[in-house]
Design a protein around this ligand. Structure first.
Ligand code: MD3
Ligand code: FE
Length: 216
């Protein structure tokens, strides 16, 4: 059964919680849909294994990453950017249809994402507060899907600094960043190891869907 075929649960039709412009759909994916999506992530990993990329300064990120779609986000000693191929030259695998379907249902925009970043957080992994602005057109939304262990998500401001708000994201939660929220600083402080058994080997997977290449 695909996510598209599964009947919408009560949470899916509920109004999202909005925090600083981030629309948080708690429990958007029920347990069968989460399992189906996790299986699709496993197929992505078969063709494009998660790697811990290094920064410009040669330090590996604590998060292991891979991508699906025409363009994948990566970083190495030349800096960070979107690339049409994996470091070994192979193309990224296609974005699973169930994610394209989810994108259409939660955003309603007339374009499809051309990139799906797949982040893997094992114990101790984190992501510092940052903005995402490597995409050509910054007005399209970004959609995040959480699978596996719970994560403490921190939401800041358009500018660096200032007060932040934190909330726990759980497996099956979907967050839509649109409008001003698209350029808001955000990060993951920590995960709660062992809080879910969904990810083989443990940890958390976050999928972010983005429109990266120019659409016009
Ligand atoms: C707000 N990922 O991949 S998801 C990222 O859980 C990233 O792996 C985190 O931040 C994670 O860039 C947070 C929420 C998220 C993702 C992308 C965004 C929020 C965003 C892009 C723009 C604005
Ligand atoms: Fe981000």
């Amino acid at each position: 059964m695909t996510i598209a075929e599964s009947s919408p649960n009560a949470a899916e039709s509920a109004a999202p919680l909005v925090v600083r412009g981030f629309a948080i759909h708690r429990g958007f994916l029920d347990a069968p849909a989460q399992a189906a999506l996790m299986a699709a992530v496993g197929r992505i990993w078969t063709e494009a294994p998660p790697l811990r990329p290094v920064t410009r300064w040669g330090k590996p990120l604590s998060v292991a990453m891979t991508s699906a779609g025409a363009l994948g986000w990566t970083t190495d000693r030349r800096g960070y950017r979107y690339e049409p191929a994996q470091p070994d030259g192979r193309p990224w695998p296609p974005i699973p249809p169930m994610l394209l379907d989810l994108w259409q249902r939660v955003t309603g925009v007339p374009v499809l994402p051309d990139s799906c970043l797949v982040n893997l957080y094992r114990d101790g992994a984190r992501m510092g507060l940052h903005q995402d602005r490597d995409e050509a057109e910054l007005h399209w939304p970004v959609v995040s899907v959480s699978l596996g262990d719970e994560a403490l998500f921190r939401i800041g401001n358009l500018e660096r600094g200032g007060a932040t708000e934190s909330l726990w994201l759980q497996s099956g939660d979907v967050v839509v960043m649109a409008g001003a929220a698209r350029l808001t600083h955000h990060g993951i402080d920590r995960i709660r190891p062992g809080s879910s058994a969904l990810v083989p080997g443990g940890g958390r997977v976050n999928l972010t869907l983005r429109v990266v290449a120019p659409t016009a």
